[in-house]
Design a protein around this ligand. Structure first.
Ligand code: CR1
Length: 752
């Protein structure tokens, strides 16, 4: 969510009054705003997208809420220790969170483990689940005010609390640890976002978290539904729907069935009709590690009733599928059924059975969508192709968007004023399509000058931040070149660093005369590596190690510097993005579902160097493909190139850099060896993300960047064209599409 104060004050249109009031009390708005800590509720694009969606839902007067977990420590706070990532707890709640409202009395019981029994209730057989462990889910509400409307949406977060406060008996018997045990076990559930799941305990905890928040959220909605409609559950699909944000909440399919059948007493078929009408699933990634599959063993232990329900769903589903495919030959049909079974073998361990949560979601939902056009096609044609063939009409695309309030109007008020002044009104804040009128000014030298002045002021502000973090003064006449996102091999921060090394080597070879003609660059990289993701941590170290060498080189440091910005978060992004001139979105084609920072950079007039991937494609279409530095192989070539790995001939410049890293040019050569080996050993399976394949094309694209930057009027023209072409990428547009095509909800504004 980032910070709330400024966003709230601006969304409510109270900025002047609020700043005045603070001043009268002796406080300065900026300083007060700076005292707020970012909420530690998310970690990357998935969560920030949800935050933008809430802003749009409120702004568009739509009746929608967000649900999640009130993580006490977030994921982690990233610090650098001698250039390596170290993780510390992010204790964002210790000084209190003035934005949350604890809803006393609003709590639901959530159970885990235990046993399932069949009992007679009159002549009806009922199923009774007796969990062995129970916790409370306590509601905390976080208001989300819309812009220019009285509508305020809500983010309801669940905090896990023990059912029994304290075991006085155990305490009196001297067993102090046991006296606190329930509290500790409960609190672990809402302690950390994405706990390390490389241990079985970690895996269990994640499933526990997912069930915890799904169970509480569904009970919450059902209890509100019942308050108005009693037990007329056939009305539920008209009154409520749930958008499952990736596979994490997909246990909702089984939980809604359990609530309707076991708790409310509906018969199975009626419950199934309601469930499938109420649920929808968004796929946010093609990375196999994020398409969750829970071992049946873990599920059966933690959620025994849900495991049964999933088995029954799967039986019904595969039976239905058999009928649907009756034209096929028996053998072929059996193959298809087994490939589409929700419960299947672990391909790497035949002993283990898995529950495929994406399959469960598709079978249990009305609509399934991807988050950019190319991604939705990959979902249809590859990831879930079998299902697409059966249910073509379930599959949709909803290209992501970002809120123009936080990501342009409020984080870049200088640019916002210039736009408003030029367009004659600020209506673009609610209707970003109006930004297209800037195209008419793109080549106007007077306008370009004003545009450039804003960018320069934002660069000065970012330079001050770099100075504060690293103690160095960077050249603010240099091109500010930025890559901020989670560190992942598919996002290829590695490729970026390799090209920086190449640039450095070129600069070193130049004469002082030649250097005068070089385009100076300040390169910034930021993002967190998952705590157990070894390769990503090595990439961070490579960034800091290269930075250590080049930032200290007196010959070149004004022409090239590289800094890693630790603990990248929303607030940092609000300073970085307005200052960026070039941003990097260089994932291997077909791997980045959408990306959303690309849209934020675009809105702020930042040029993009990128692959033909995710939303980059649509951004290029809206901006003019020639205005974007596109490079690299296309998604449809990837499979073949991966197969041809061992015949691949690397570029001589690549070989040289690999030798430099291996030879210790940046120190730490043993630590970097696995990194070099991961891309440099040309056998099938290595360099999975095709860094070597795209290297030469990337260097060419970077050269093109320099060339255009030297022609400032062309650069500025393109910069203006980016903002002018960003209208499509407002989350208002995305949310309107969800509202119309999937949720079937209409705006309704509360009476003033
Ligand atoms: C994707 O990686 C996309 C966001 C929001 C991420 C990114 O490309 O922009 O979702 N997926 O749709 C993700 O975090 C767990 O999956």
């Amino acid at each position: 969510m980032g910070r709330s104060l400024t966003n709230t004050v601006y969304n409510l249109g109270l900025e002047g009054e609020y700043a005045d009031a603070l001043r009268q009390l002796g406080y300065d708005m900026e300083k007060v705003a700076d005292a707020e800590r970012d909420a530690a509720l998310g970690n990357g694009g998935l969560g920030r997208l949800a935050a933008c969606f809430l802003d749009s839902i409120a702004t568009l007067d739509l009746p929608g809420w967000g649900y999640g977990i009130r993580y006490k420590y977030g994921m982690f706070k990233q610090v650098l220790k001698n250039g390596y990532q170290a993780e510390q707890p992010d204790i964002w709640l210790t000084s209190g969170n003035p934005w949350e409202i604890r809803r006393d009395g609003l709590r639901f019981e959530v159970g885990f483990g235990g046993r399932v029994e069949r009992k007679k209730d009159g002549n009806k057989e009922v199923t009774v689940w007796t969990p062995s462990e129970k916790v409370w889910a306590q509601a905390y509400d976080n208001p989300i005010p819309g812009f220019s409307t009285p509508t305020t949406s809500n983010l309801r977060l669940w905090d896990a609390q023990p059912i029994s406060e304290f075991d006085l008996g155990a305490f009196n018997a001297g067993d102090y640890d046991r006296a606190m045990l329930d509290r500790e076990r409960a609190e672990a559930i809402s302690a950390v976002l994405y706990p390390n799941d490389s241990t079985p305990e970690g895996k269990e905890l994640r499933l526990k978290q997912q069930y915890f928040f799904v169970c509480a959220s569904l009970q919450d909605v059902l209890s509100r539904f019942k308050a108005t409609h009693g037990t007329k559950f056939e009305l539920l699909p008209d009154k409520a729907c749930f958008q499952l944000n990736d596979t994490h909440p997909t246990i909702a399919v089984a939980e809604l069935m359990r609530l309707l059948v076991d708790v409310e007493g509906l018969d199975w078929d009626a419950a199934w009709t309601i469930t499938t009408k109420c649920l929808n699933y968004t796929n946010h990634t093609v990375m196999p590690e994020a398409l969750e599959k829970w071992p049946v063993k873990v599920m059966a232990k933690m959620l025994p009733r849900h495991m049964e329900i999933i088995e029954v769903i799967n039986e019904g589903w595969t039976k239905w599928l058999g009928g649907h495919l009756k034209e096929l030959k028996a053998e072929e049909r059996a193959k298809r059924i087994s490939a589409m079974s929700i419960i299947h073998e672990n391909p790497w361990n035949k002993e283990e059975m898995l529950v495929n949560m994406a399959y469960l979601a598709v079978v249990g939902s009305s609509a399934v969508n991807g988050v950019a056009a190319i991604h939705s096609n990959i979902v249809k044609d590859e990831i879930l192709n079998d299902f697409y063939q059966i249910f073509p009409s379930k599959f949709q695309n909803k290209t992501n968007g970002v809120t123009p309030r936080r990501w342009l109007a409020w984080c870049n008020p200088e640019l916002a004023s210039l736009i408003t002044e030029t367009l004659g009104s600020n209506e673009w804040i609610n209707d970003t399509e109006k930004l297209s009128a800037l195209r008419a000014h793109a080549s106007d030298p007077t306008f370009q000058k004003k545009w450039a002045a804003v960018k320069h002021a934002k660069k000065e502000k970012l330079a001050a931040l770099i100075k504060k973090i690293h103690g160095d003064s960077v050249n603010t006449n240099a091109l500010f070149d930025i890559q901020i996102k989670r560190i992942h091999e598919y996002k290829r921060q590695y490729l970026n660093v390799l090209s920086i090394i190449w640039r450095y080597k070129q600069l070193k070879k130049m004469t002082p005369e030649q250097r005068k003609k070089a385009v100076p660059r300040v390169c910034l990289i930021g993002g967190k590596a998952a705590s157990a993701y070894d390769m990503a941590k090595r990439i961070i170290r490579l960034v800091t190690a290269v930075g250590d060498v080049i930032n200290k080189d007196p010959e070149t440091k004004d022409l090239l510097s590289l800094y890693f910005l630790p603990d990248y978060n929303v607030t940092l992004a609000e300073t970085i993005i307005p200052a960026a001139e070039l941003s990097q979105h260089i994932s291997t084609a077909g791997t980045e579902a959408s990306g959303t920072s690309n849209m934020k950079f675009q809105m702020n007039g930042c040029l993009i160097i990128g692959t033909w991937d995710g939303a980059n494609i649509e951004i290029a279409e809206e901006t003019g493909v020639d205005n974007v530095f596109v490079f690299g192989v296309r998604a449809d070539e990837i499979n073949q190139l991966r197969k041809e790995r061992k015949n691949f001939k690397t570029d001589p410049r690549w070989d040289e850099i690999m030798k430099d890293i291996e030879g210790g040019m940046f120190g730490d050569k043993d630590y970097f060896k696995p990194l070099v080996d991961s891309v440099n050993n040309m056998k099938v399976g290595n360099d999975w993300f095709l860094v070597a394949n795209d290297f030469a094309a990337y260097l060419d694209a970077q050269e093109e960047v320099d060339k255009v930057y030297k022609d400032q009027s062309e650069w500025l023209r393109r910069s203006i064209m980016y903002t002018a072409g960003s209208g499509k990428f407002s989350s208002d547009r995305t949310i309107r599409e969800y509202a119309e095509d999937i949720w079937h909800v209409k705006p309704s504004r509360p009476a003033a």
